[in-house]
Design a protein around this ligand. Sequence first.
Ligand code: 5GP
Length: 181
Amino acid sequence: MRSFENKNIETLYSAEDLQNKAKELGAQIAKDYGDRTEELTVIGVLKGSFIFLADLVRAIDLPLNIDFIGVSSYGDGTESSGKITITHPLSKPITGKDIIVVEDIVDTGLTMKALLELFEESKPASVKVCTLLEKPERRQVTVQMDYVGFSIPDKFVLGYGLDLAGRFRNLPFVGVNQGDA
Ligand code: 5GP
């Protein structure tokens, strides 16, 4: 039995749903950027995006660079504060680059808004946002989202990179915790 099988986690998107969505978004990105001569830079927001990003970039059939930024967005509580702390900086400058920021989930939108403001300071050539999930009911600020995998109801999800207190990132599916995970 796998470690999560006795937990009360309801599957929202299966491994197959997620693979198909990553392939669909990757193909769309490849199409949209296919005529550019500059190499694309894909930036994963740590930690939650790492599994989605791994599937997504394998579906983008273009030369590209991959970088990561570590962001901590929560203060003491579980609500986003809008203030972000960079826990892991980008490894290369993004000035003049076409960048795609890859997130696991846009919830209130505060983290993405702060991140985009930070990236704009470096004057990239263009910025797009790709998020696997978004919760429209929770949005507090309007935020740019160019590629969205799934819009979901206001429920706490985990798996496929998303955690619950640091655990469950390794679940192969996205699930909703039913209470005792
Ligand atoms: P925002 O600033 O948009 O409110 O929050 C974005 C961050 O909050 C995400 O990158 C993620 O780390 C966390 N988050 C928001 N909703 C969920 C959720 O349902 N499950 C998990 N695991 N994290 C979430």
